[in-house]
Design a protein around this ligand. Structure first.
Ligand SMILES: [Fe+2]
Ligand SMILES: [Fe+2]
Length: 218
């Protein structure tokens, strides 16, 4: 069975992630490279494990998490769908079971807010993990923080954690430095992501709780 280890070791995938991130760097987007891939893979897999899902479902969520943004190599617009098409050709080539390939492609193709829906356990975990990765280290050039709200909110986010808080609740907790960005600014740009996260949690039969600087907001 193909695992995240095999995915990480694949030369084509290594290049895809590098080039996808280079593309986004050119158009001024935040980091979407190995760091983001690893974090989303880890959080998506851990979420399903902690919720008691089958170990293989958690492994497939890890793989979907690692590969979800490779489609940026084709174009940022519709990048989720591009990622899915690449997955559909690449994973069978690596010898992955075709039902599993389809599970990964479905999740990857539906991860982007406004262009997809939580359509499986793997997909819901991927959406929650992806939207949770707001972090100052993703800002490529701190000079842009003064005039780019997106960079400013990311730069203000000193820490983010995605946890199963209790039997009914998935919690995203973010630490924002109010000297850099206000909580209002966070909502201004991340409202759609939070709505997607709530829908994903609902798919997993859980409530979604957002906590900013220790204050429960939902
Ligand atoms: Fe994405
Ligand atoms: Fe992403």
């Amino acid at each position: 069975m193909i695992t995240l280890e095999d995915i990480r070791a694949n030369e084509k995938i290594r290049k895809l992630i590098q080039h996808a991130d280079m593309t986004l760097k050119q158009i001024g987007y935040t980091e979407h490279g190995f760091r983001h891939a690893e974090i989303v893979a880890e959080r998506a897999g851990r979420l399903l494990r902690e919720l008691g899902y089958d170990e293989r479902r958690a492994q497939l969520a890890e793989i979907a998490g690692y590969l979800h943004d490779i489609g940026n190599v084709v174009n940022r617009i519709h990048h989720a769908q591009h990622s899915a098409h690449i997955v559909l050709s690449l994973l069978p080539e690596m010898g992955m079971d075709y039902d599993e390939v389809l599970d990964v492609a479905m999740a990857v193709g539906n991860h982007h807010e406004g262009e997809g829906d939580p359509i499986s356990d793997i997909s819901a975990a991927l959406i929650l993990a992806d939207k949770s990765d707001v972090h100052y280290s993703r800002v490529r050039n701190p000079d842009t923080v003064a005039f780019d709200i997106h960079d400013r909110v990311n730069y203000a986010a000193k820490d983010s954690k995605l946890i199963v808080a209790d039997a009914n609740t998935i919690e995203l907790s973010i630490l924002i430095d109010p000297d850099i960005s206000s909580v209002m600014e966070y909502f201004e740009i991340f409202m759609t992501r939070m709505i997607e996260s709530r829908r994903a949690a609902k798919f997993l039969d859980k409530d979604f709780q957002l906590v900013i600087n220790g204050i429960r907001l939902t």
